[in-house]
Write a protein that binds this ligand. Sequence first.
Ligand SMILES: [Zn+2]
Ligand SMILES: [Zn+2]
Length: 206
Amino acid sequence: MKIRKGKNINAELIEKLSNNKGCPLCSAIIDFEFDQFSKLQYEITHNEEIRRQIAMDGGFCDFHFRQFKKIANGKTNILLLKAIVHSEVYKQKKFSIKCRICESINEYEEKLLRTFMDYLFDNKARMNFQMSNGICFVHLNLLNKFKDFNEILEWLHKVHVEQIKKMQTDFDDMSQYKSFYEIAPEKRMLINILIEKLAGRKTGGL
Ligand SMILES: [Zn+2]
Ligand SMILES: [Zn+2]
């Protein structure tokens, strides 16, 4: 399994922006998340101490447990669940899971949001972004906390609405086809792009 190392966050963002497949921030997080899974599945299988620590956390949150189940093999899943049962962590009255994948994603996402905000300071970058499919609602809302950049935020909200509105013709056209497979693949891709734009990265793997 490939683990991409040390890729500069700025270069990562530029690459995702130029792909213009869905939300570039979601896309960077999905890759980061995948790397985390790759490392964790190795460590859970081979490193007893890490396995014990994750067991003491209670495993992962709902979403990441399900993702992990899909990515890791059956034996690794059993090893982890066995370790959780053995840890007896579930006997605590106020047992609740502390998901380390969520924690590291939140940290990464924070850096990503700042990098994206910096990127939008450039006029040419803003023009390119305006032409793209843009970001998702989840990330648009997360960016609202950068109150010092009110002007850029207002612009971003306006562009966000335009980006969805311009898909209207495409969806009108697509709705006329009898079979989904008669639709050109690049148009069909808009289905996933719009779902992600509305609902964020957890719609991935569609
Ligand atoms: Zn997003
Ligand atoms: Zn999680």
